[in-house]
Design a protein around this ligand. Structure first.
Ligand code: FES
Length: 118
């Protein structure tokens, strides 16, 4: 079973499980501030579930590609929308700062550094 690592917590889930649903079971919040209430509930239209992921998942969905064309995500190819992600292997998740989680946190830099190491 895939294991999701998020903010110091680890949770196992079924292969193919929706990442947003899995993260909502974590003690750590997926949404920042008021976006906990002002989100599209997984339709892929609001962009507030944006995260960086490292691991095995599905390719970006049509809705995900569409939403990521608009601010504040426009031009960022490294974001994923948790509600559009299927978990197919162990995943390391980093949530950014800000309403949409679009501001790069320190943990994201650590993931980048680990990916650049041989
Ligand atoms: S919850 Fe709105 S885009 Fe994911």
């Amino acid at each position: 079973m895939p294991v999701i690592h998020y903010q110091g917590y680890q949770i196992s889930c079924e292969p193919g499980e929706n990442l947003r649903k899995a993260l909502l079971s974590f003690p750590a919040p997926l949404y920042n501030g008021m976006s906990e209430y002002l989100n599209c509930r997984g339709l892929g239209s609001c962009g507030t579930c944006a995260v960086w992921i490292k691991g095995i998942s599905n390719k970006k969905t049509f809705m995900e590609k569409w939403r990521l064309k608009f601010p504040p995500h426009r031009g960022r190819t490294d974001f994923r929308l948790a509600c559009q992600v299927r978990v197919w292997g162990d995943l390391e998740i980093v949530k950014g700062e800000g309403f949409w989680g679009h501001k790069e946190p320190v943990e994201k830099r650590k993931i980048n550094e680990s990916q650049n190491q041989p």
